[in-house]
Design a protein around this ligand. Structure first.
Ligand code: KIV
Length: 276
């Protein structure tokens, strides 16, 4: 009996796709950050971040690749498992990497199942709109919540000819709106809007009944997401829409330089850091 009580009490405090939907209906913004390991997942979860995305941006910020294209499903599954272990409250979303769903809906469902079953994700994210709507429908039919991602979709870097703001001009604007509506109709529970004008972010947020999560899409979205390395100042370059909330890169560098200095000058380990 007490096990049942404990389990349901824990569940009550977890962020779910339903609780995120109700945040939109109450016009209460929520937050998402990327995370790739246990330590940062625990820190962000305890700080109260609502959604942790194990993004395929791990290809850039963890692996040092220029694009997200080389990231494999095995790698995302592995990092999702690390993040899921550090989380008690946040919703964990596993990102579907390039090549793991583009062939068709059956692949997409298989990928989503692996992220839930092996990674411990509670939801998955994939890029694209009208083109992936059938895959979204099939994943949702397999009882897995789906987060969409439209606008600047990094897996389309070669088609876009670089990382360019999307949705400018009538045609571009219509395309992003059509994509977002197609995802909602297919059953997605939320949609990331990346790299679009703020006015378009506001228009789509008003049009959709599901929450929009903006990154470079302005203040009117229902939620915001940042890549953790950008938030914490761990990259040597950040896009102009990013606000850096800490400078951990500089602090880490200073700590390493002080450590080197103290070791070569035999100041460390000192009296307070030895066994007697
Ligand atoms: O991979 C990622 O980190 C993302 C976010 C930037 C939304 O897709």
């Amino acid at each position: 009996m007490s096990t049942v009580t404990t389990a349901s009490a824990t569940r009550e405090h977890r962020v779910t796709v339903r609780s995120l939907a109700s945040r939109k209906s109450k016009a209460e913004p929520f937050t998402m950050l990327t995370a790739y390991d246990f330590t940062f997942a625990r820190i962000f979860d305890e700080a109260g971040v609502d959604v942790l995305l194990v993004g395929d941006s791990l290809g850039n910020v963890v692996q040092g690749n220029e694009t997200t294209l080389p990231v494999t499903l095995d790698e995302v599954v592995y990092h999702t498992r690390l993040v899921a272990r550090g989380v008690r409250r946040a919703l964990v979303v596993g990102d579907m990497p390039f090549g793991s769903y583009q062939v068709g809906p059956e692949d997409a469902v298989r990928t989503a199942i692996r992220l839930v079953k092996e990674g411990g994700a509670q939801a998955v994210k994939l890029e694209g709109g009208v083109d992936v709507a059938e895959s979204v429908r099939r994943i949702v039919a397999a009882q897995i919540p789906v987060m969409g991602h439209v606008g600047l979709t990094p897996q389309s870097v070669n088609r876009m000819g670089g990382y360019r703001v999307q949705g400018r001009g009538d045609e571009g604007r219509h395309q992003v709106i059509e994509d977002a509506l197609a995802l909602e109709a297919a059953g997605a529970f939320s949609v990331v809007l990346e790299g679009i004008p703020e006015t378009l972010g506001r228009e789509i947020t008003r049009l959709l009944s599901i929450p929009t999560i903006g990154i470079g899409a302005g203040v009117h979205c229902d939620a915001q997401v940042l890549v953790m390395h950008d938030l914490l100042g761990l990259n040597d370059w950040t896009p102009s829409f990013v606000k850096q909330y800490a400078n951990l890169g500089a602090q880490a560098s200073k700590a390493a330089r002080t450590y080197i200095d103290e070791v070569v000058n035999r100041k460390f380990p000192d009296e307070g850091h030895v066994y007697r």
